[in-house]
Design a protein around this ligand. Structure first.
Ligand SMILES: [Zn+2]
Length: 154
């Protein structure tokens, strides 16, 4: 019988065995589960609010909000953190929704991409369903490209 993966294991794999905040490798038995938005501040206890963290970062973050904790990083650390989250999404390890929560810059980019939704709709009316599908996947590619591009500017 195949054993089901534990939530800890899933979170460890999602972060490819590294602390999401500082990027140091963590062994499965040493990893700590960090609540992105602390439970004490009303954060959820669901998987969408949990990440793989090293003990140092988990302790340093404490009861701070994610925003406060990211604000305490140096610009270099902050940039590496953004790149780390971005890479996990590109590798298909982490879903967009969690990445958007973890990296507020990403969220801004993502929201602004959807401002162009109107254009997609008018094109879709002309071309039918196939065109909708093509436009949606092109939209995703464009978003990915834009993320990369914006990140380089930081
Ligand atoms: Zn760490």
């Amino acid at each position: 019988m195949k054993r089901q993966k534990s939530n800890r294991q899933l979170l460890w794999e999602e972060a490819t065995g590294h602390c999401i905040y500082c990027g140091h490798p963590v062994k499965p038995e040493e990893m700590e589960v960090d609540h992105i938005e602390p439970l004490s501040l009303g954060g959820s206890n669901g998987m969408e609010n949990k990440v793989c963290s090293c003990s140092h970062c988990n302790a340093a973050k404490g009861n701070q909000t994610l925003e406060e904790f990211l604000g305490s990083m140096s610009p270099k650390e902050r940039k590496r953190y953004s790149n780390r989250v971005n890479t996990l999404v590109e590798q298909g390890k982490m879903d967009w929704e969690k990445a958007d929560v973890l990296d507020p810059y990403t969220k801004q980019n993502w929201d602004s991409d959807w401002d162009s939704e109107e254009d997609t709709d008018s094109l879709a009316e002309e071309g039918g369903l196939a065109s909708i599908l093509i436009n949606v996947s092109l939209g995703n590619l464009y978003a990915l490209w834009q993320r990369k591009r914006k990140r380089r500017k930081i």
